[in-house]
Design a protein around this ligand. Structure first.
Ligand code: PEP
Ligand code: MG
Length: 540
């Protein structure tokens, strides 16, 4: 029984002393409360320069391309003249420097609440920028001095990318109070291959300098030193199979991801998130501009199929050029393919640009799929638009549960399905994917999610189309065996997890996958499923 339980990231147990991150910028607010207006304006300029230089230094010293990208995005927000102009407006209308920064950040974040992992990460970015600006203006250094020797486990409410970018080689693990399977910290730790247990809730018993053991494979934190049986990657000791039983693919949202996926020897790209290529576009990109952007990414992708996903934005995801309004429940509103109802021209142009990109790479298989398809009518409308343009590999995402019962009668010009487990879980369990209070329902080991995936696979078999998974579930190395046993043909993982998938694809046998799927399907809880499958696969 774990002393503290959360959601584990990684396979490797680690033991280390606690490096406790405590932060509070209350005294900075007091320092800044009485600054006269003129001084506040000067301090703002100075603070922006200090924080920008912190970001630039971390970009230059970071070894990890994903982190560098996140930090670059943060630097772009920090130096966006729009942000400083809103802060200045608040100062001019009488607010203190710290509350002007807070109010401006709140204005910006209110536009983003309720979106996908990428947009939620942007909220964390904005809050981090606000709190850093306040401390810099008050003359306080925010640099965390991580130890450089020994073995340490960082314990914190949550961690920002700037903080994770400062990790030294002495940092062996991470425990956080907040976050869940798809949170920023989980994604970065997976990328950095640092074991973590996130979303633990109460972490107040974890005291500075104490020794703890993390067993991420069992979602557990233990006080003191523990020996963990059957630990480490389960697939390492298995013999190579003659034939691989699934295609390991990678998810791509940038040229950097494409490079990483290619160097991991993936057999293709299972999800090219096109919206991530336009996050900073204030004007709608023309067909020619899109072709240029897509071609750059494709030229860095591995050989094999590349599945382009049409823009998955929404009013909650303010892709600036879409100029959409605010919604009460954005996850249930105009997002994904639904935006084509009101901006059909953009979607037509996007398909055209993808087709033209494909024509430039005639040796590549370019497929296209639509997100958030909810019924047959939407599926047919998308497939017909893509067919008319000459696409011969067309798919839809299965992430809105209502489409599942239509699978067996989908038309001939739909050739594949891709399960988005992040959203499928969100809508199946009525659990906001950004809300850490309900994160346990979004654990991809939930037997109900697995039963749903099994049903999707069975229905697809009757219709004769293949199914892949491109949600975060595909990045879970133990769960991958279960997903293949359920009948999935390809798994597309986050760029950092693809090399493990490639290794698993070389050793996983049909009987292991089937046994893993059976055990997981018949488990009573997510934790039970994960534990039973670990015991099964580690005992081989
Ligand atoms: C998903 O929902 O699982 C998915 C892959 O799409 P996104 O995370 O981009 O919404
Ligand atoms: Mg989705």
């Amino acid at each position: 029984m774990a002393d503290i339980a959360g959601y584990g990231v990684g396979d490797q147990p680690v033991i280390g002393r606690i490096f406790l991150v405590q932060r509070n910028n209350l005294d900075s607010q007091i320092i800044l409360a009485s600054l006269p207006k003129k001084e506040a304006l000067a301090k703002l300029t100075e603070a922006i320069q200090i924080v920008a230089s912190d970001f630039s230094n971390s970009i230059n010293t970071s070894q990890d391309s994903t982190l560098q990208e996140i930090l670059r995005a943060q630097l772009a927000i920090l130096t966006d003249p729009e942000l400083s102009s809103v802060i200045i407006d608040f100062i001019n209308s009488g607010a203190s420097l710290s509350s002007a920064i807070d109010s401006a950040i709140n204005d910006f974040t209110s536009l983003l609440v309720g979106g996908s992992a990428e947009f939620e990460a942007r909220i964390a970015d904005l809050k981090e920028i606000g709190s850093r600006l306040i401390d810099a203006a008050a003359g306080k250094s925010r640099k965390l001095q991580f130890p450089t020797e020994g073995e340490w486990i960082v314990v914190s409410d949550d961690l920002s990318p700037l903080e994770t970018s400062q990790f030294t080689s002495a940092i062996k693990g991470v425990v956080t109070r907040d976050g869940g399977p798809t949170s920023h910290t989980a994604i970065v730790c997976r990328q950095l291959r640092i074991s973590a247990v996130v979303g633990c809730g109460d972490i107040s018993k974890l005291l500075s300098n104490e020794l703890i053991t993390l067993d991420p494979a069992d979602n557990a934190v233990y006080f003191g030193e523990r020996t963990i049986e059957n630990s480490g990657p389960w697939w390492k000791k298995l013999p190579i199979q003659k034939k691989s039983i699934f295609r390991p693919l990678g998810n791509v949202g940038s040229v950097k991801d494409a490079d990483l996926v290619r160097s991991s020897q993936a057999q293709g790209v299972g999800l090219l998130r096109t919206e991530l290529l336009f996050l900073d576009h204030k004007n709608e990109p023309s067909v020619e501009e899109q072709i240029k952007i897509y071609s750059e990414v494709v030229s860095h992708c591995p050989g094999g199929e590349i599945i382009f996903r049409t823009l998955d934005a929404g009013t909650d995801k303010p892709i600036p050029f879409l100029g959409l309004g605010k919604e009460e429940n954005p996850a249930l509103g105009l997002r994904g393919q639904r935006i084509s109802w009101i901006r059909p021209k953009f979607y037509e142009n996007q398909l055209l640009a993808i087709r033209e990109t494909g024509a430039k790479f005639s040796n590549r298989k370019i497929s296209v799929m639509a997100p958030m398809i909810a019924n047959k009518e939407e599926a047919i409308s998308f497939a017909n638009s893509a067919s008319r343009l000459g696409f011969d590999s067309i798919g839809i995402m299965v992430e809105v549960p209502s489409i599942i019962e239509e699978i067996s009668t989908l038309p001939e010009n739909i050739h594949f399905l891709s399960i988005g487990t992040n959203d499928l879980s969100q809508y199946l369990f009525a659990a906001d994917r950004q809300n850490s209070s309900v994160a346990h329902l979004l654990n991809p080991w939930q037997p109900i999610l697995l039963k749903t995936i099994s049903r999707i696979c069975n229905l697809s078999k009757t219709r004769g189309i293949k199914v892949g998974i491109c949600g975060e579930a595909a990045s879970d190395t133990l769960l991958s065996a279960v997903l293949i046993g359920l009948g999935v043909e390809s798994l597309s993982a986050g760029a950092g997890a693809v090399s493990d998938l490639v290794a698993i694809s070389q050793v996983l046998s049909p009987s292991q996958a089937e046994a893993a799927a059976n055990i997981a399907l018949n488990s009573i809880s997510a934790i039970d499923a994960q534990r039973s499958v670990r015991n099964l696969l580690s005992s081989k």
